[in-house]
Design a binder for this molecule. Structure first.
Ligand SMILES: Nc1ncnc2c1ncn2[C@@H]1O[C@H](COP(=O)(O)OP(=O)(O)OP(=O)(O)O)[C@@H](O)[C@H]1O
Length: 266
């Protein structure tokens, strides 16, 4: 993938994400191995898999936060490192300090900063207005002056989505945006993501298997390597390869048990 057209004559500008044979290590720990994955422009991809399966690592590699040990990633025809203005990122909330003394509006404004900003950066009036518009868009304008320590889980996630939208991304990446949110906020977040998907590609890492069939367009299953990539309806073999145990899923909006019970459960 040294240029934007490979031997198969695929134009990488047409794709949101092209990942070829990606391996990422942390020291001696192999986090993901040999992952190849193409994401179409306009897709809404869900990534699922067990704890430690490499989901967060894959997102971080796409963003350029962790370097590949081998393999290549191209985002809308650009190599990682040159894609900042294309990407919006909603990290796992556990990676953030909720006690930091900052308001909701101020957090959203930080999404507009580029890496060369100084401590004395002054936002313009249009930055301030854009911050307000983004808060309106995610439905929490009324909370603009509130300290982030005083937000519910759902409000916090909506604020992070607003911040990620500050660069007007073509690709929005979210790491478990419905973790620790109530059922009502969960619905609101998925409805917001559906709306956003009309104008941007979305990649969503989730443990929320209920969301998988109901909301996303395509699905990738990661357990160190890519076990499955395709339509958003799982079959027994894939779930078994991923989790190796019975698990509740929603298919066509109807809860059912995808795998047979373990012998000891009977
Ligand atoms: N900073 C790090 N240093 C060392 N090892 C790491 C680091 N981050 C992740 N790992 C390891 O890499 C592997 C993949 O982790 P990763 O967080 O990507 O998985 P995940 O699928 O997102 O897990 P979870 O569902 O629990 O969030 C795990 O073995 C993890 O322990």
């Amino acid at each position: 993938m040294s240029n934007t057209r490979n031997v198969n004559n695929i134009d990488y500008h047409d794709k949101a994400v092209c990942i070829e044979n990606l391996t990422v290590k942390y020291g001696e720990t192999l986090a993901i191995a040999g992952v190849s994955l193409n994401v179409e422009d306009g897709d809404y991809l869900g990534i699922i898999g067990p704890n430690g399966g490499g989901k967060t690592t894959l997102l971080k590699a796409i963003i350029g936060l962790v370097p590949p040990a081998s393999g290549e990633i191209v985002i809308y025809g650009k190599k990682t490192g040159k894609t900042r203005r294309l990407l919006g990122y909603v990290p796992q909330v556990t990676a953030l300090d909720k006690s930091f003394p900052i308001t909701v509006h101020e957090v959203v404004l930080t999404g507009m900063l580029n890496p060369s900003f100084t401590l004395f950066h002054k936002y313009t009036q249009s930055d301030m207005e854009k911050g307000d518009e983004l808060l309106e868009r995610v439905g929490i304008y009324n909370l603009r002056g509130r300290m982030i320590s005083e937000l519910s889980g759902g409000e916090f996630q909506k604020m992070l989505i607003a911040r990620a939208l500050a660069v007007d991304p073509k690709l929005l990446l979210l790491d478990e945006p419905t973790a620790s949110v109530d059922a009502n906020s969960r619905e609101q977040i998925f409805s917001l993501l559906n709306e956003l998907n009309k104008s941007m590609t979305i990649i969503l890492v989730t443990h929320d298997l209920l969301a998988v069939s109901s909301y996303v367009k395509t699905l990738a299953c990661l357990n160190g390597k890519l076990v499955y990539h395709g339509e958003a309806e799982l079959n027994e073999d894939v779930v078994n390869a991923l989790y190796g145990c019975p698990i509740d899923l929603i298919a066509h909006g109807v809860p059912h048990r995808v795998l047979k019970k373990h012998k000891e459960d009977e």
